[in-house]
Design a binder for this molecule. Structure first.
Ligand code: AMP
Length: 536
């Protein structure tokens, strides 16, 4: 008998066969949309027929530029089960980056939400390789657009057949999905997720000591479906038959709180910025969050104070987890071991504010600069290296950057960590020169290079400063040209940056300094700058 391949088709079939009456709820442009997994399955079959009609071939990249909604969820399984690769485009990229990733991935078709059309309209001259644009809208008529050829999703779905025979003839290592992640400098880097990797990662999300995701759950992913596949939750939820609640376009914190209460959400997933917003609103409006068993928090460190406040005021715990685009993403989950429950309360909180324990299935090493394993004493720092069935092995079509990041068969994360005697990993620093603002990356090096092209600027180093809402924001330490000292204002620099970077990349602060401290090899000593200006 042939080896049984681990394919996403299992997810689709199981949802249809075992949970046909369970619901997917989606906040659409015209209100709340509800349907069942049986309806979902039929539309996924129709969508697969549409892909065929549009001439999509096995292995082609099919892109989505979309919020968390039911149509995006349909693409999540229709595209990979058809044998193509779903490339989820990050709608926060600025136009050059968006054009770059579409062309680098060679996307053949782009499915786009109606309110995101202007992002593509603005770069249409650069999208010569895209054969079709499909607009996802609740409206009957298509919104105005200069893209061509353009189709209406609902019209294509309405005229397609309900039956589609998804092939079982796929290798489990076939690419199923892909995502790009911001690099320290240069263009974003592509990461491929295989059927096998997503299958095993979904199983891991169901393990009791990770998220224990199950049929009983109602899951609300606030983490975008373009950011590491909403942390893999749409695949796992569909497989397990969990009810899914998708918050749609630009959900604000009130929308999120209302959805949690109205749909009796049991698990919600988002970055710390979202949970800080929820806490602030809850303090004013007092929501009934009794249906919630956990708020999954990842992407940046969950502050201990936030974890405590959730236990005491919100009544449901923060479930702290760590991952990366390159790791599908789940790597660490922070849950006290059974015997830790007897520890003093403060010590338990210190423990779960760490990123946690490696989930089953993965391997890690923490090494110093000479590549030697560091001691597990909670003090010695080293770089975190990872490998395993859902850890990427390379960057897409990028041998040079792959060589250094995946040297020796391990992913070099650039996260500097300690490991304590219990095996809990704590992120102590980041050697990658990036700033994480509200869950999305800003390249400090790119900002520096543009600021340094300003005629009044001699040198610039950009660092992360702590921010209550966004966790981190950029601040630029700037040395001015001698004859311009005392004459340059904040706006002179930020106006210069306008149009060259996304608005949300603009530094919050310009700190004029006499000189930028350098390391022994002449690099900007950002550690020193952080100590001076960012309190760390
Ligand atoms: P991304 O690829 O955008 O998902 O970002 C991954 C990076 O985010 C990691 O390499 C870490 O630097 C950071 N990160 C993710 N989760 C956490 C966490 N729980 N605590 C601290 N940093 C985190």
């Amino acid at each position: 008998m042939m080896e049984y391949p681990l394919l996403l088709r299992s997810i689709l079939d199981r949802a249809n066969e075992l949970f046909p009456q369970k619901e997917v709820v989606s906040r659409d442009y015209t209100g709340i949309h509800r349907y069942t997994y049986a309806d979902y399955y039929r539309r996924v079959c129709r969508l697969a027929n549409v892909l065929r009609e549009l001439g999509v071939k096995k292995g082609d990249r099919v892109a989505s530029l979309a919020w968390n909604n039911h149509r995006h969820l349909e693409l999540y399984l229709a595209v990979p089960c058809y044998g193509a690769v779903l490339h989820t485009l990050n709608l926060r990229l600025f136009s050059e980056q968006l054009a770059y990733v579409i062309n680098h991935a060679e996307d053949s078709v782009i499915f786009v939400d109606e309110d995101l059309l202007p992002l593509l309209d603005g770069i249409k001259e650069k999208l010569g390789g895209v054969r079709h644009f499909v607009v996802m809208t609740d409206r009957r008529e298509l919104p105005a657009t200069s893209l061509s050829p353009v189709h209406a999703y609902e019209e294509l779905i309405a005229s397609a057949s309900d039956n589609f025979d998804f092939s079982r003839d796929l290798d489990e290592y076939t690419p199923a999905a892909m995502c790009y992640t911001t690099a320290t400098t240069g263009d974003p880097k592509g990461v491929i997720y295989t059927h096998r990797g997503l299958y095993l990662h979904s199983m891991c999300l169901g393990m009791a000591d990770s998220l224990a995701l199950s049929e009983e759950d109602t899951l609300l992913p606030i983490v975008p479906m373009f950011h590491v596949n909403a942390w893999g939750t749409p695949f796992a939820c569909t497989w397990f038959g969990s009810k899914q609640v998708l918050p749609g376009s630009r959900p604000d914190i009130k929308v999120i709180c209302d959805l949690i209460v109205e749909e009796k959400v049991s698990l919600a997933a988002g970055v710390p910025t979202v949970w800080m917003g929820l806490l602030a609103l809850h303090r004013k409006a007092r929501y009934d969050f009794s249906s919630v068993r956990g708020f999954v928090c990842g992407g940046s460190a969950a502050p201990k104070s936030l974890i405590q406040a959730f236990d005491k005021e919100v009544g449901a715990p923060i479930l702290h987890a760590y991952g990366m685009t390159e790791t599908t993403p789940l790597v660490f989950a922070s849950k006290p071991k059974s015997y830790m429950k007897d520890w003093p309360e403060d010590k338990i909180y210190d423990q779960i504010a760490k990123q946690g324990l490696l989930v089953p299935g993965l391997e890690m090493k923490v090494v110093d600069e000479e590549g030697r394993d560091v001691a597990w004493d909670g003090k010695q720092m080293g770089e975190l290296l990872l490998r395993g069935p859902w850890i990427a092995k390379e960057y897409y079509k990028d041998p040079e950057r792959s060589m250094s990041a995946f040297a020796g068969g391990w992913l070099h994360t650039s996260d500097i960590v300690t490991v304590d005697e219990e095996g809990f990993v704590n992120i102590a620093d980041r050697s990658k020169d990036l700033i994480k603002s509200g869950g999305e990356w800003i390249s400090s090096v790119d900002l520096e290079n543009i600021i340094m092209s300003h005629p009044d600027v001699q040198e610039a180093a950009v660092i992360a400063i702590p921010d209550e809402k966004w966790m981190e924001r950029p601040a630029a330490c700037v040395v001015l040209q001698e004859d311009r000292r005392g004459q340059v204002e904040y706006e002179d620099i930020t106006n210069f940056l306008q149009g060259k970077v996304a608005k949300w990349w603009l530094p919050d602060k310009i700190i004029v300094v006499d000189e930028i401290p350098k390391t022994s090899v002449g690099k900007f000593d950002k550690k020193m700058l952080r100590q001076r200006y960012a309190g760390g």
